[in-house]
Design a protein. Structure first.
Length: 334
C-alpha cells in the first residue's frame, strides 16, 4: 500500500507536511498543497482513517446488533440509525445475533476490539451483565426496541404491552372469541410484552379465550408450522383469530390458512406486529401494529451520541413510542 512517506517523497516535502495537508490544511501554503494533492492522486494514496481514529481512542463507527437481520423491521431500524449517524460523520457496523445470546456476545467482543464509539443493541434476553461490562469500559450502550428491566441503560422502545392489548381488543371488536397468540420464545422481551398485553385484553371479556402457541423463532416458517397445526383441528376447537408476535409470523399464518382452504378474515382473522412493507402487499393485506422503525433507529443514535459526549455524568433516558393499529383485509373484509 502507498504510505504517507511515499507521498512525501513524490511531492518533495516532509511527512509532517503531508500530515498537515490531510489534517490541518490551513497550515499549508497553496503551492505545497497542490504538489501534495497531485502526488496523492498520482500514487493512488488512501488515508488510513481507521488507524488514526484508533490512536485517538475511538473510531467513528457505531455498532448495531439486531435480533434478525432478515426481518424488514430491523432493516428499517438500521436505515434510520445509519441516516442519523451519517449526519454526524459516523458509520454503522451491523451485527445479526439471530436471537442467540452467544452470537450477541461475540459481536460485543468484536465491536469492543474495533473501539466503536458506542453500541446499539436489541438484546436476545434480559441477561445484561455483558452490556454493563462494555459500558464500564467506556463504551456507551443504548437498547433498541426494548427497555432495560432496571432502566440502567438508555433505551428506545415501543409500548408492546399496549400494542398487544390493542391488537386483541381489535379482534374482539370484530367478533372474535377464540384467539391464538403465535410467536416466541418469550425470553425475547418484545414477545413477552405483546403476549402480556394480549392476555390483559382477553381477561376483560369472560367469553374470550386466549391460547398461547409458542414458536422457537419469529420467522415465516415458524408461523406456517404453528398455524398449520391450529387450522388442522376440528372447526369447533379451531381459533377464529391469530395474533402473531411479528409480521413474519403473521405472513406464515396467512400462508397456512390459505393452504388449508380458509378464507381470511371470514374463517380466520390475522393480526401481525411491526407493519413491514410486505404486510400491505400479501395476497390478503395484513392488519398490523405499526412501529416507527426508522425513528427508533435515529433516536437511539441521538441518545448514544449524547451519552458519549457527556460521559459519566449522563443520566440514562428511556424513550417510549406508542404503536399504531393499521387495519386491513385480514381482519375486516373490504
Amino acid at each position: 500500500m502507498v504510505s504517507v512517506r511515499d507521498v512525501a517523497v513524490a511531492a518533495g516535502v516532509s511527512v509532517g507536511t503531508v500530515s498537515n495537508v490531510l489534517n490541518r490544511p490551513d497550515l499549508v501554503a497553496a503551492s505545497t498543497m497542490e504538489r501534495v494533492n497531485a502526488a496523492i492522486v498520482d500514487l493512488g494514496f488512501v488515508r488510513n482513517d481507521a488507524a488514526r481514529q484508533l490512536r485517538a481512542g475511538r473510531s467513528r463507527s457505531i455498532g448495531l446488533i439486531v435480533l434478525d437481520v432478515g426481518n424488514p423491521f430491523f432493516t428499517d431500524v438500521a436505515r434510520g440509525a445509519e441516516k442519523r449517524a451519517g449526519d454526524d460523520g459516523f458509520s454503522i457496523l451491523l451485527g445479526n445475533s439471530d436471537e442467540s445470546s452467544v452470537r450477541e456476545a461475540s459481536y460485543l467482543d468484536l465491536f469492543e476490539e474495533q473501539r466503536v464509539h458506542g453500541v446499539l443493541i436489541s438484546p436476545a434476553s434480559d441477561d445484561l451483565p455483558r452490556l454493563h461490562r462494555a459500558r464500564d469500559r467506556g463504551i456507551p450502550v443504548v437498547l433498541v426496541d426494548r427497555e432495560a428491566p432496571d432502566r440502567s441503560f438508555s433505551s428506545v422502545a415501543v409500548d408492546d404491552i399496549a400494542g398487544g392489548r390493542a391488537a386483541v381488543e381489535h379482534l374482539i371488536e370484530t367478533g372474535r372469541r377464540r384467539i391464538a397468540f403465535v410467536g416466541g420464545p418469550t425470553s425475547i422481551r418484545q414477545v413477552a410484552d405483546r403476549l402480556a398485553g394480549a392476555r390483559i385484553a382477553a381477561s376483560e371479556r369472560a367469553e374470550v379465550a386466549l391460547e398461547y402457541v409458542p414458536t422457537s423463532s419469529l420467522t415465516v416458517r415458524a408461523g406456517v408450522e404453528a398455524t398449520a397445526a391450529l387450522v388442522a383441528r376440528h372447526p369447533s376447537h379451531r381459533p377464529d383469530a391469530v395474533f402473531a408476535a411479528n409480521d413474519l409470523v403473521s405472513i406464515g399464518a396467512l400462508q397456512a390458512a390459505l393452504a388449508a382452504g380458509l378464507r381470511p378474515p371470514d374463517d380466520l382473522a390475522i393480526v401481525g406486529y411491526d407493519d413491514i412493507d410486505f404486510a400491505e402487499t400479501t395476497t390478503v393485506p395484513l392488519t398490523s401494529m405499526r412501529q416507527p422503525a426508522a425513528l427508533i433507529g435515529s433516536t437511539a443514535v441521538d441518545l448514544l451520541l449524547g451519552e458519549a459526549s457527556q460521559g459519566e455524568g449522563f443520566e440514562p433516558q428511556q424513550v417510549v413510542y406508542q404503536p399504531e393499529l393499521v387495519v386491513r383485509e385480514s381482519t375486516v373484509a373490504s
